[in-house]
Structure formats: structure tokens, C-alpha cells
Design a protein around this ligand. Sequence first.
Ligand code: BF8
Ligand code: SF4
Length: 645
Amino acid sequence: MTTFGGNGYKKFSINPDTQAMLEIARREGIETVWDRLAKQEPQCGYCNLGTSCRICAMGPCRVDPFGDGPQKGVCGADADIIVARNLARMIAAGASAHSDHGRDILETLHLVGEGKGGVYGISDPDKLKRLAAEYGIPTEGKSDQEIAAELAWEMMEDYGMRRKKLPMAARAPAARQAVWENTGVYPRGIDRENVEALHRTHMGVDNDWVNILLHAVRTGLSDGWGGSLVATELSDVLFGVPTPKASNMNLGVLKADQVNIILHGHNPMLSEVIVAASQDPELLELARSKGANGINLAGLCCTGNEVLMRKGIPMAGNHLMQELCIITGAVEMMIVDYQCIMPAVTETAKCYHTKVISTFDKAKFPGAEHISFDPARGLEIGKEIVRKAVENFANRVPERVYIPVEPVPMMTGFSVEAIVGALGGTPEPLVNAIKEGAIRGAVGVVGCNNPKIKQDLGHTELTKRLIENDILVVVTGCATVADGKAGLMVPEAADLAGPGLGAVCRALGIPPVLHMGSCVDNTRILVLAAALANYLGVDISALPLAGAAPEWYSEKAVSIGAYVVASGIYTVLGTAPPVFGSPNVVKLLTEGLEGVFGATFAVEPDPNRAAVLIRRHIERKRAALGLPALDPDSIAMPEPALALF
Ligand code: BF8
Ligand code: SF4
């Protein structure tokens, strides 16, 4: 590929490691995501506007809301209906992805309860008991295994149709639950909401675009207060509640003298046993016999975030690094589970000695070797896979190994339990810092990379603007790697924060940007927001909080956006969702939702401008709570800096 010459790589990423790998990709003629995006351009305008529909065989249809073309599809659906249906289907797909991941963890807990969990067990009995109490399960005199069996059985019903309300949604303040009741969006069963979303968006079912979107919100809520929360809570029970620890990030975490294994995807079940297998004395000896000085694990995407949070395993990169890490020539194996794994990785791997191993029967990849994962034989399978990686070290071509950078240190492990623990067991010090104004508010900067935006620019610029204005940032997913690589996630980054936030960080020894986990762990942010609101006796929408997804690409991000806004948190998106073909839908999402959920979406690609939107929002919320606040209009909005992209 020769798409980009000279030092043009800076156009695609702020990161030296990405730029260095793009140069090698060009030299070696290896195609990357940026090449494929260029070949797709110009992308379909109808699809960008959300006004194309192909859900039935009378179509495909395109409506032309701003021109002279057709205003209706063959069935008569107009732009509002088509945009609403498409958005609802995106949310259902995203919610299903998170929730099915949660189900896999839940089934493992069930196996543990049946005594068939193999290497898996209960790592945090206290959290198991807290959850059991939440589900009304008596625990007195019962073993962990018995409690696990009962809890798993109960939680399976969260996916079904017997419940009127998802039990964990009761963690939200009463006022928020009343909003959901009154608008008819209180989530019932996880599978139920997702199936109903597909039903309603079939041709000729729900044709009231507002009604479609309300159900889409309910589907999102079944993810945030259901499926994703199941994934987070039960991963903590099985693998441990994360605690603060130090780690490293970027391609420099790969080691030239060791067997390198990349853990890519989202589900921590296999990666947890790979961590154990990589420490197996026999496999370490095998590695030595092959001339390697050890077995080095590195994460990518959210599987990376999971093992980073719990085990401190370093991360090689985020979404746009998945092909590029193979191009280092230093990767013996990439183990994938599911979600966000580009099918392109197996093509890239063919140019090197890297083996790609797929592991979940629901996620196969042409060109990968498939080793079917069975939790009951977890460690055995983990060792089999690591052995193959070690044996593959002999196939490495040392002359092709190029690890372009030194790793950047970062701090991870800020679960809600860890944050409250660091505060001395109560949210009071954080609440006081917010009340006094030392911390103006808090923002979740979350989500993906998207090759349409210069990699990590959106995350890092937004984060810097927020922390320098005394706004605490929490990160999950691929935003974590962006901010980590930029050096924003070490305690010393307190110097980059404003005086108030900086002083709080120094007193507590924490960074101004706290890592709360993977994308299902956005639920940790919800739970923390709910705890703060309950502590203050207000609704979540009253708090000086916001969310941002500066570089999102995935349907999962749309589901997250839906449940975050419906939980009362204003959210700014950096890439536009495909809704602009319906001015009615846009008006509802950016204005109308305020009157319903006390929060809206905004779309602002320029991170400096997004920061101002968020700062103004936070100051408005502070004023409404009677806290010292700036005049929002005194915060100047910069001109769009399109040269940034
Ligand atoms: O669930 S942030 S690119 S890796 S979708 Fe995917 Fe987006 Fe990354 Fe994790 Ni989340
Ligand atoms: Fe066309 Fe309607 Fe079928 Fe969609 S549902 S493809 S708009 S006929």
C-alpha cells in the first residue's frame, strides 16, 4: 500500500508507535484500516444520514429528505421512521453484544455453582454475598458454591420475561426510576427488550418514530442496568474486584526477547486463564529452551482493559492498533474472543509468523486457528494455546522485529469499591471537593477509535481541556489507551490538572484520569453516579456530570450513549450517528430528551469545543444545586479547528 507518503502518517494518529508502524506497512505493502477507509470513500450519503433501509425485500429503499428524490420507501416509511428504526437496531445490536457477553460470564458462575467450574471459583465472596442480598437470597450458613448456584439461577431470569423490572436498576435513585416508570421505559428482561426491538422494527410494526425511540432507550437501559452490569459484577465475583496498580501502555510493552501473546476482544474468561498459563513453570522452561526470556502478555481493546484492571497486564494498544501490533514482527500469537476484532487481522498475520487463535464458537475468523473454549476445561485449554505460542517463537524472523517506542507508565484499577476505599470508605470527601468547587464535576470519556478521526486526538485533547479546568475524568475502553499513552494516567499528571483537582489528586496520590475498566464497565460509572446521587438525595441528572465518546465507531457505543443519557447524563459524541436525515429525530435527541430524561446528546467533533459544551453544562448543574458556579456564557467557545482532522 502506498496511500500515504512522506510524514503524512501524522494525519492519521497522534501516536509515534502508530506512525512508525504505518511507515512499515507502506514499505511492506500491507493494507491497513486507513487504506480500506480510503477505498470506501466517498461513503454513501444516504447511509450517513440514516435514510437508507434494507430490512425487507420490497427494498432496499433510500429516501431523500432534503432533495427532490423519493420521500418514502416502498412501504411508505418516511425519513423519521427509517432513521428511528435504524437507530433502534443499532442500539439492540450493541445491547445484545454486551448482554450476551454478560450471559457467558453468568453461565460460568452457574458452572461454579454446580461444582463444574474447573479452574474458576469465587474470588470475591463478599461481592458474591452483596449481590445475593440484592437479589433477596439468604446467605447465612451457605457455602460460596451454594450462593453462586442460587444467584446464577436468579440472574438468569434477568434475561427472561418473568420480571417486571430488572433488579439492579433499583440501584438508581428513586427519582430516576420514577422517570423510567412514567415514560414506560423501565427495563424488564434483557433478552425481552432486545427481541422486542427487533420485532418493533420489522416492516409494519411500530411506525411511530417516538415510540420506536422510547423502546430503543429501554433496550439501552437493559444493557446498562442489566447485561453489561451482569458482566461487570460477575467478572468481579469470579476474577476479583480491581484495585489500584501500576502498569504500562503502547507498543513498547512488547518484548523483543520474549514470547509475546496479545489478548484481544472483550471477555475476560479465557484471558484470565492465559495469565495463569503464562506463569506455568513447564511452559516457561519450554520458552527458555526455544531461546525466549519469558512469556509476555499484552492486551488490546477491552479484554486488555479487563486484565489490566485486575492483573496489571500492560496494554499494547486500542482499536486501531490491532493490525499494527502484528506489524512489529514480535507477536507470536494473537488470541481473540469476540467484538471489535477486525477480520483483517488474519490477513495481516499471514505476512508474519503470528498465529491468530479464535476461541469462542460464536466468533470464528477465516484464517485463524479455532480452539473451542470450554470453561470447564479452562486452564487445560489455556495451556494448550500458550504452548502453541511458545513453539511459534522459533518461527520469528528477528530481522523483522521492530518495537518503535518505550512504554509509558499508567495507573489502573479504579473500581467503585477502590475509589470509595481511597476516599476512606465514603463518597463524602469527593462530594465535598465538588461542593467546594475544587473539583467542578466529573466526566466519563469513553469509547472507541474510528479511522475517520485522527487516532486518540479526540480523547486526549478533550481530557486535557477537562482536567486543566478541574474536572475529574474517568475513562473506559479504548479511551483508556489514548489517555494512558499520553501520560495522563499517572499521579504526576496532577501537574496537568487545574489547581483544585491537582491538589485533590496529590493528597490522594491518584491521577486526574481514573481507569474504570472495559466498555461493559461503563456500568461502574453509572453505579458511582447513582451512589453520589443517592448520597446527596438527588437524581443523577442533577449532578455536575457528563459523558463523552469522542471517537466512537461501534453499535455498542450507541447503546451506551442511550443508557447514559436515559440515566440523566448529558453526552457529547465526536462522530455523528446516522440520524441527520431526520430533523425530528435530531431535535428529539439534542433537545427533546431534556424534558423527558433531564439530559440530551450533543455532537461536536472538535474536542476543544466539546470541552466547552461540557464545562458550560457542568457549571449550569452546579448553579442549579446552589453550588459556587461560573457563568456558563463566560466560558468562550473556540472557533472550529478543522485543521486538527
Ligand atoms: O467495547 S471502546 S473499539 S474495544 S466498542 Fe471496541 Fe469501542 Fe474499543 Fe471495547 Ni468498546
Ligand atoms: Fe423499503 Fe419499507 Fe422495506 Fe425498508 S421496510 S426496505 S423502507 S419497503
